[in-house]
Design a protein around this ligand. Sequence first.
Ligand code: AMP
Ligand code: MG
Length: 293
Amino acid sequence: MSDPEWDLDPKFDFIEAHRIATGSRVSLDDIDTQMEGPFRGKDHGRAFTHQAVEDIRNLQYRMFTEAKQSLLIVLQAPDAAGKDGLIRKVLGQMNPQGCRTYPFKVPNSEELAHDFLWRIHACTPAAGKVSIFNRSHYEDVLVVRVENIVPKSVWKERFELINDFEKLLVHRGTRILKFYLHISHEEQLERFKKRLDDPTKHWKLNAGDYDARDKAAAYREAYEDVFEKCHSKDSPWHIIPADKKWYRDASVAAIVRQTLQEMDPQLPSIDADLDEIRRLYERESAELQANKK
Ligand code: AMP
Ligand code: MG
């Protein structure tokens, strides 16, 4: 499937490199944000991504026609870590007939009048489909916790509720991939500056982003708890080094492609009588030829 020109060190396994280990506590500070993996620089990484996206589109086509399995991709990250760019350049390249992105913002009053998973469940992928969550139910144990939006007695129960919810999705045939885009404090500030310098990005600016920077340690702890409590073989987290946008794109593309390959979606078997259809086609085409004469 892949173009040999962009073949990599066959020993490099993106899933192994970035999927967190079960049962051990992650320390985000110890994880490199600038990794370049097996690539010979940016152009190499970009060409790899291009090929991987092509493969993902083909696999998604098969999954769509198979209409049995589905894929849920959850993206979480600090501001400016690149969720939007990743969606634009990689995940959003899938056929929109079978793929949708759902951004989760501050819940509205109707959403708040329900349990925290109500709005999430409505956006999970149907058979054959892909859902991409730009933020997710994890906000309900991250921002909600750090900003004291609900008391600890409420949010601490949510880890288990989330695990049960995700088990329900897996039980139905949904594969789950969760990604945390990991950028350094310095790179984030650099990107805030670029947003300030570019009027087309001013809409993204928010004084609250600086408040979240002040609370970076609290967010880090909240994320580390999530990785410890809500990671499993069937619903794994990946920590993606995201200071280099091209590596972020390449590694996520590689992991999504490998997962779809493992899911091995099959084109549906044909009920129709192909011989009969071929005969009808030949009759039509002979008639058309005869009428032309
Ligand atoms: P953005 O993704 O930058 O457009 O911002 C969306 C904002 O909505 C972020 O500040 C999130 O933390 C916030 N948000 C998303 N989900 C929740 C939630 N369940 N409770 C409170 N805030 C949320
Ligand atoms: Mg924002």
